[in-house]
Design a protein. Structure first.
Length: 270
């Protein structure tokens, strides 16, 4: 279970560039829940994800995960509880290391490192079996440098690495935004399969209204560092992409958002 309590964060305080990124945000995510966070650029959705990941220590508020108060834990310490997939397919992996070597590191995430053979024959067979489940034909290329793969292949492997040890929380940070539509659909199908199979508690940030309504069991819409809408239960099940767009339109009309923002939202809907 993830519990976020009264989280507040200001970047560049007392300067002309001051940004109040999070405003007293509270959120409770039950074990096995799949939460989708949407919002315009600058709404605070990625800042919230980064706060949970430990990218920075928040100004105030608390974060509890799996019964442990992690608010002031450094990012590397949270690795034993959290798996993460970044927006950039080339983040989160070592490009000059092989597929097998990257996955072997993932199997040791959050554990003490010692001397010994990480890639014995038993481990290699296990890696091939897991990679075969991706249906990308990569199981016979495990000695290839991971940096030679396409963005979609690499993102699929990164998702496999992040979920390998069934973390207490899986963070997905717009993990298909840099992919072409066909590859993005493939990674989204894989995401659904892994999260559903392993019943992973998941927090996913996306700009895509289609992804928002077809994944997860809860949708949170953020604006100006606050939670504007929290759709759960029957309301969540009934929502359609056009319904979410109407909510964005309401914000745009109320605050006269930049037309480019509205155009971006419309582009992600179709």
């Amino acid at each position: 279970m993830l519990e976020i309590c009264n989280l507040t964060q200001t970047f560049h305080p007392n300067t002309p560039n001051e940004v109040l990124a999070l405003r007293d945000v509270s959120l409770r995510l039950e074990k096995g829940s799949f939460l989708i966070i949407i919002g315009t650029n600058g709404s605070g959705k990625s800042t919230l994800l980064n706060a949970v990941a430990g990218t920075f220590i928040p100004d105030s508020g608390g974060i509890t995960l799996a019964g442990q108060q992690i608010t002031r834990w450094p990012e590397h310490r949270r690795a034993k509880l959290i798996g993460r997939v970044f927006q950039n397919p080339f983040s989160g992996t070592a490009p000059n290391m092989s597929i097998a070597e990257n996955l072997a590191l993932a199997t040791r995430r959050g554990q003490r490192r010692g001397l010994g053979w990480a890639l014995n024959s038993t481990m290699r067979d296990s890696l091939r079996d897991r990679i075969r489940s991706l249906n990308m034909g990569l199981e016979n290329r495990i000695d290839n440098p991971i940096g030679t793969l396409s963005g979609g292949q690499r993102q699929a492997l990164t998702l496999l690495m992040a979920s390998w040890l069934k973390p207490d929380l899986l963070l997905l940070d717009e993990h298909t935004a840099a992919l072409d539509p066909k590859t993005a659909d493939q990674v989204i199908r894989l995401t659904h399969e892994i999260v559903t199979r392993d019943n992973l508690t998941t927090l996913m940030v996306t700009h895509s209204m289609q992804q928002a309504v077809h994944l997860g069991n809860r949708i949170v819409m953020m604006h100006r560092g606050q939670i504007l809408h929290d759709l759960q239960g029957g309301e969540r099940r009934r929502v359609r992409p056009e319904d979410l767009l109407k909510r964005f339109d309401e914000v745009r009309r109320r605050e006269q958002l930049d037309p480019n923002v509205a155009e971006m939202l419309q582009r992600n809907y179709v």
